[in-house]
Each structure stands twice: as structure tokens, then as C-alpha cells.
Write a protein that binds this ligand. Structure first.
Ligand SMILES: Nc1ncnc2c1ncn2[C@@H]1O[C@H](COP(=O)(O)OP(=O)(O)OP(=O)(O)O)[C@@H](O)[C@H]1O
Length: 238
């Protein structure tokens, strides 16, 4: 699903070069739930924004859903992002002036989808996160945990191949965090591929696999071995 090989990302200013990622190797297979952990400044967000095609990279190779994205231009990348990726952010990023259904429909509009199909998908996604009764409500009328569920519904409505979550429970108290995590686990059981960046070791422990990033590199030998398609390794890592 996601395959990064010797990926690098360098931020250059007049004075300095910062390697946010260097020789970054990771493979995530369809249906996996992977947590990415690591100290502040280690490159987790950089990884996620590149994985989500929000940013370009400096060197190496990135294959998403079997397609080499290395040489795509901005338009091609945005189209692919819109079709294949669902984002879940720490800050929910819902639009305050739109009700829940309209919020969920926003990314579908960019695909030129007809109104009836948009509404059908938005209703279905809202039902999936248990908030059907609130479709005409506005984000401010919901708790933080409920808002994050709406954000997850928005990501799901696009029927993405890959869900990327950046500290999805970072703004929630522990009980709301638990319910959001349970929802992610449920989506995973139903077949979703999820990559989640988190500082929280307890959350990370609930994912199927942990990838630790230090100084822009994957420290987890197992994650790198995953790149080797040998059955021995995949069995070990299952
Ligand atoms: N736009 C930028 N310009 C210059 N350097 C940057 C930029 N964005 C990130 N960096 C640097 O790249 C490195 C990795 O940053 P990144 O935000 O990916 O880390 P992180 O692991 O997500 O950190 P945190 O957990 O604190 O969010 C850091 O040294 C950071 O200062």
C-alpha cells in the first residue's frame, strides 16, 4: 500500500540544511494498522505529510497503492490524494459554519461527485461513526470526541485506500480518546489501512505494529525488513 525507499527530505535555508528524513525505509501493507512514534522533531509529521502527498520529498522513492509518485506534479498529486487518502488531524479541522453532513461532503465536492451520491456517502459515513441523529448539528454543538468522529466520517466518505491520522486523540480527554481509538480499531478490523502518528505509548501499543523514528530514520529493524517480501519476514511481523 505504502512503500518508501531511501526517502529523504531536506529543508534548506540560506544558512543551514536540515534533514527531516534521511534514508527512510518503510513498507505498510494493505489492512495494516501502524503506529509511528518517536521524539519531538524526529520527522514523524514530515513523514505523514509526504505519505499524504501534501508535500514533496528530496530524494528516494515513494510508491502509494502501487503507483510511483516520485515524479508526479502538484495536480497529479492532489488528484491522487483526494481519491486515495483520508486524513484525521489532531485539531479535527471541521468547518464551523457547516452542519455535519455538509462538513463530510466537502472533500467529495472536489471530486465533482453529484449531490445525491455525496449525501448518500455522507449519511453512510455518519452512521458508521454512530452520529446519524446529529446530521443537521454544527461542530460546536458536539463534544471533542464526537467532533473527531465526524472528522473520521469525513475521511471515510471518500472511501480512501489509506487513512492517515496525526495525533488523532491529542486534543481529547482519556475517555474520549479511548472511544476514538476503539473506532479506529473497529475500522481496522473491517479492513482499513491506518497509519497513525502518536506521542502516546499506550495508544501506540494498541496498533498492530509500531514504527519508531529517530533523527529522520526508521529505527525499527522489523519495519525495514518488511521491505523484504520474503514469507519468513512477513510471518514474523504479522
Ligand atoms: N518547514 C520547515 N523548515 C525547516 N525545518 C523544518 C520544517 N519542518 C520541519 N522541519 C524540521 O524537520 C525536523 C522534523 O520535524 P517534524 O515536524 O517532522 O518532527 P516531529 O517528529 O513531527 O515533531 P513533533 O513530535 O514535535 O511534532 C525538525 O528538525 C524540524 O525542525
Amino acid at each position: 500500500m505504502l512503500k518508501m525507499q531511501s526517502l529523504s527530505k531536506v529543508y534548506r535555508t540560506e544558512m543551514i540544511e536540515t534533514y527531516a528524513l534521511r534514508d527512510f525505509n518503510l513498507e505498510v501493507r494493505a489492512g495494516e494498522f501502524v503506529a509511528v512514534t518517536g521524539p519531538s522533531g524526529s520527522g514523524k509529521t514530515t513523514f505523514l505529510t509526504i505519505a499524504g502527498l501534501l508535500e514533496s520529498f528530496t530524494g528516494g522513492r515513494y510508491e502509494l497503492d502501487g503507483v510511483d509518485v516520485s515524479h508526479m506534479n502538484d495536480d497529479q498529486r492532489s488528484r491522487m490524494r483526494n481519491e486515495k487518502i483520508g486524513f484525521i488531524f489532531q485539531a479535527f479541522n471541521l468547518i464551523p459554519d457547516l452542519n455535519l453532513l455538509d462538513n463530510i461532503e466537502v472533500p467529495l465536492r472536489y471530486r465533482g461527485m453529484k449531490t445525491a451520491e455525496r449525501q448518500r456517502r455522507a449519511r453512510e459515513a455518519l452512521a458508521r461513526v454512530g452520529l446519524s441523529a446529529r446530521e443537521r448539528h454544527y461542530p460546536a454543538e458536539l463534544s471533542g470526541g464526537q467532533q473527531q468522529r465526524v472528522a473520521i466520517a469525513r475521511a471515510l466518505a471518500g472511501e480512501p485506500r489509506l487513512l492517515l491520522a496525526d495525533e488523532p486523540t491529542g486534543n481529547l480527554d482519556s475517555s474520549m480518546a479511548r472511544s476514538v481509538m476503539e473506532l479506529l480499531e473497529e475500522l481496522h478490523r473491517d479492513g482499513a489501512t491506518i497509519v497513525m502518528v502518536t506521542h502516546d505509548p499506550q495508544l501506540a501499543a494498541r496498533a498492530q505494529r509500531n514504527v519508531h523514528v529517530i533523527d529522520g530514520q526508521v529505527m525499527d529493524i522489523a519495519a525495514q525488513l518488511h521491505l523484504d517480501a520474503s514469507p519468513v519476514h512477513s510471518t514474523t511481523l504479522a
